[in-house]
Design a protein around this ligand. Structure first.
Ligand SMILES: Cc1cc2nc3c(=O)[nH]c(=O)nc-3n(C[C@H](O)[C@H](O)[C@H](O)COP(=O)(O)O)c2cc1C
Length: 192
């Protein structure tokens, strides 16, 4: 099973999660290509992959700008209306055995998970439009990494999130990735 992994991390939290995810995918016996989101000059063909893992930190309730640009570019490339390949069709017909799992790290200091949900839903929509099955959505607390926002790490809706994601968070993510892959990986030999 071929896995594409795209992430954006501004202050390093999502990068830690991304490294854990990459390791878990490899341990699950899959081939993974990991890239950091940037809009231009990305030669990736989404349909070459069976599973896409996509993640970002949350900024102003949405993914970071490089991820937003990456998604917009891929959408344009997929639509004939914008000179693209036409894989994004009206009605978004479902595709067999094409999956996406979306994740974010977020601080949630104002409204908790509600301010991270739009970011995850946003990242998922390109793939839903293409016909992929949304197989998982994962939310991980991530400490605010700039000094002027440090009080948000102790006074927000998630309580004390200093040092998150921590080792427990990363171990839990590793298990989720392995569980997901086990659930969608085709059997290696035909079933009798
Ligand atoms: C400028 C700034 C804006 C942020 N905005 C939000 C936000 O709107 N909602 C939220 O839940 N977390 C917000 N966060 C917290 C980040 O989402 C969190 O720290 C995340 O783990 C950062 O990921 P990264 O280190 O991979 O970039 C913000 C952090 C910064 C520095």
């Amino acid at each position: 099973m071929k896995v594409l992994h795209v992430f954006h991390s501004q202050t390093g939290n999502t990068k830690k999660v991304a490294q854990t995810i990459e390791k878990s995918v490899i341990e699950s016996g899959c081939k993974i290509t990991t890239v950091q989101a940037k809009a231009k000059g990305d030669p990736i063909q989404l349909m070459d992959y069976d599973l896409v893992l996509i993640g970002s930190g949350v900024y102003g309730w949405l993914p970071g700008k490089p991820m937003m640009d990456w998604l917009a570019e891929r959408a344009k490339e997929s639509m004939t209306e914008f000179g693209g390949s036409g894989i994004l069709k009206p009605g978004s017909p479902r595709l067999l055995n094409k999956y996406v799992a979306i994740y974010c790290t977020f601080g949630g200091s104002h409204t908790g998970i509600n301010e991270a949900i739009p970011a995850v839903k946003y990242m998922g929509q390109l793939f839903d439009h293409l016909g992929f099955t949304i197989a998982a959505e994962w939310y991980m607390p991530g400490a605010y990494g700039v000094p002027k926002l440090e009080h948000h790490n102790t006074q927000g809706r998630l309580g004390d999130i200093r040092n998150r994601p921590n080792e427990n968070d990363l171990n839990a993510m590793a298990e989720k990735v392995k569980g997901l892959i086990a659930s969608i990986k085709p059997p290696t030999s035909p079933v009798e």
